[in-house]
Design a protein around this ligand. Structure first.
Ligand code: GLP
Length: 269
């Protein structure tokens, strides 16, 4: 697990964008996994700048992590709309190669089961972009999600509905269910990058990187993955013991190790 801490979100986003550019320069028809939320915004802006400078992503296929159940795809806060706005249009992607889980109430469960097969048939995800919820969720895998879970309909934690109410007219408008790639699905990506900024993410980031590996903290399960890079600003990294070394003048990059004694998980640098 690699941890990159920079002074501001724009700087870490540029570095994450370069990682993505290098991956898809080598694999121009590869599969990218994308996340919604505010955390990847600066990353999408940095990627958009690279595209304007000549990076060609037109051959890639994209799979989104999740979608609310019960919002029409045309709703401005549906993840169909968000991905179109934040990813497909600015990155000049082929819309027919961009996939978002189906959130229609009647067919969501059936469509969710087919989503993992569609990812496999596309060749599997080369690189997955993640944000992290304040409760440690990834995608919409709330605390308690099984580590081998697949894409499925999930119930949102009340804290998540509260966090996401800023995007809706009233808190009651936030859907109570979503379709989300499972932890097992996400873990099959060859590489994962996690974007997190701000002091409100500091606890979730600490638990993910230095906490015990537990389904109660879904992002901690990323410690079991062989190729994960966290891109953090100083505030999001403020509760990490790793950050002590940043103040020693090192350049803000570490290989995290397993901090939680008693875990059965093994960790490569
Ligand atoms: C939503 C999404 C997650 C995202 C999280 C954090 O719940 N399903 O994929 O990581 O929000 O959002 P933000 O980046 O806005 O804090």
């Amino acid at each position: 697990m690699k941890v990159i801490i920079r002074d501001d979100p724009a700087t870490s986003a540029k570095e994450a964008a370069l990682q993505i550019a290098a991956t898809f320069h080598n694999e121009p028809h590869g599969v990218l996994g994308v996340a919604t939320g505010s955390s990847p915004h600066a990353l999408y802006a940095a990627l958009t700048a690279l595209v304007a400078d000549g990076l060609d992503l037109s051959g890639i296929t994209v799979f989104a992590l999740d979608e609310y159940v019960g919002l029409d795809p045309s709703h401005p806060q549906s993840y169909h709309s968000v991905i179109d706005r934040d990813v497909t249009v600015p990155l000049r992607l082929d819309p027919s190669q961009v996939f978002v889980p189906e959130g229609n109430v009647a067919s969501a469960a059936h469509a969710a089961a087919a989503y993992d097969s569609a990812i496999s048939e596309a060749g599997g995800i080369l690189l997955q972009i993640l944000g992290i919820g304040t409760n440690g969720h990834i995608g919409f895998n709330e605390p308690g999600s099984p580590r081998d879970s697949r894409t499925r309909v999930v119930r949102l934690a009340e804290s998540t509905r509260t966090d996401n109410s800023r995007f809706f007219a009233t808190p009651a408008d936030v859907p109570s269910e979503a379709v989300s790639q499972g932890i097992g699905t996400i873990s099959e990506a060859l590489a994962i990058i996690v974007m997190a900024n701000g002091s409100h993410k500091a606890e979730a980031v600490r638990d993910a990187i230095e906490g015990c590996v537990t389904e109660e903290s879904p992002a901690s399960l990323l410690q079991l993955h062989p190729d994960v890079t966290f891109y953090l600003d100083r505030d999001a990294a403020s509760l990490l013991r790793l950050d002590d070394r940043a103040r020693d003048g090192r350049d803000g990059e570490w290989s995290a190790r397993m901090w939680c004694t008693g875990s059965s998980a093994s960790m490569s640098s």
